[in-house]
Design a protein around this ligand. Structure first.
Ligand SMILES: NC(=O)c1ccc[n+]([C@@H]2O[C@H](COP(=O)([O-])OP(=O)(O)OC[C@H]3O[C@@H](n4cnc5c(N)ncnc54)[C@H](O)[C@@H]3O)[C@@H](O)[C@H]2O)c1
Length: 315
């Protein structure tokens, strides 16, 4: 299994960078197909010296490129997407990629190729905060982003070819292609720069997952594909189900001069409020174990380096 060739679309992104590194460390051949839409080419520089790493510049919707790359791949991890509700709302037409890329991939791949695809658990939609979401909970996405991911998951799970879908919690931690928009990454950045934050609907609950645990979940799904195939799995850390206020307080414990204000007047455009259970993937032998506290420490270290480098940086 160690020598499987893995095609990662969107492999130069936040998750793709870390996953590529981890797959290469395990001896896999990795091909990254990415259009570098964030001009983030430099983020993959540390990977290029590895002879098992191959980068292809291109659009995931280009069937000709995809067909050629699929011929050489045992495993496909489709990460290319317009990611997150704000990015999707900014340019709704561009989000067709989230669904279309998965539909073409499913059409072009052969039945013996493994597909492990991330889906956001934002697909569970608005909840009361008391609801416990398992994989049986009906998907009811409230954002355009959530809808595109749920539609993409349906293509894979309804297909007559095999796939595992991972309903990832909101990821946190450092990556060479940094995403500061993710909730924990953002709170720590705000604490270090603005020194304060105003929370709307501060009691709304989310759940979280460290980027290295996300990477391990993909590799676990590859290794246990026969057992896990054709099913969705929630992936998060159990202790990472918490409200925005609880999260901000955890950040404050590490950065004491961080002032946290709550407001009853405004609303958060992101209405997600739920607790997600990860029992099913635990039964499949996987457990996330990097805590939110450990992630906050890592982010403080990482941001402090970047801020020293350029105090006006817009990460
Ligand atoms: N980060 C999270 O919290 C999270 C949670 C759940 C699911 N996911 C899913 O994981 C995947 C990766 O997310 P990420 O956080 O790494 O985001 P990201 O924006 O950093 O990565 C997306 C990558 O796709 C590339 N891309 C976009 N359009 C492309 C196209 N048309 N052709 C080729 N490449 C293209 C971008 O250049 C980028 O490198 C996405 O599918 C996302 O929905 C992420």
């Amino acid at each position: 299994m160690d020598n499987e060739s893995v095609l990662i679309t969107g492999g130069a992104g936040y998750l793709g960078n870390v996953l590529s590194r981890d797959l290469l460390d395990r001896g896999h051949k990795v091909t990254c197909l990415d259009n570098l839409m964030y001009s983030q080419g430099q983020s993959i520089f540390p990977l290029v010296s590895n002879p098992n790493y191959n980068f292809v510049y291109g659009d995931v919707r280009d069937d000709r490129i995809l067909k050629t790359l699929l011929k050489k791949s045992d495993v496909i991890i489709p990460l290319a997407a317009i990611v997150g509700a704000p990015a999707c709302d900014l340019n709704p037409e561009s989000t067709a990629i989230n669904f279309e890329a998965i539909r073409s991939l499913d059409r072009l791949r052969s039945p013996n190729q493994k597909v492990v695809c991330p889906i956001s658990n934002s697909g569970y939609g608005t909840k009361t905060g008391a609801d416990l979401c398992t994989e049986e909970t009906p998907m009811d996405p409230i954002s355009l982003y959530g809808r595109t991911k749920v539609d993409a998951e349906k293509v894979l799970l309804d297909s007559d070819k095999d796939a595992v879908t991972l309903r990832l919690a909101t990821v946190f931690g450092i990556s060479p292609r940094m995403r500061r928009d993710l909730l924990i990454n953002d709170f720590v950045y705000q604490a270090l720069t603005a020194g304060c934050i105003k929370l709307y609907e501060s009691n709304f609950r989310r759940n979280f997952l460290h980027i290295s645990d996300a990477s391990r979940a993909f590799m676990h799904s590859m290794d246990h594909f026969e057992y896990m195939k054709n099913e969705p799995y929630n992936v998060g850390i159990d202790s990472g189900n918490m409200s925005k206020l609880e999260l901000a307080e955890k950040v404050k414990k590490k950065i004491p001069n961080f002032s946290v204000y709550t407001s009853e007047e405004g609303t958060d455009p992101d209405k997600r409020n739920y607790i997600v259970l990860n029992e099913k993937i635990r039964r499949a032998g996987f457990e996330a174990n990097i805590t939110v506290e450990e992630g906050i420490d890592e982010l403080i270290k990482g941001y402090n380096i970047l801020l020293r480098n350029n105090p006006h940086t817009n990460l």
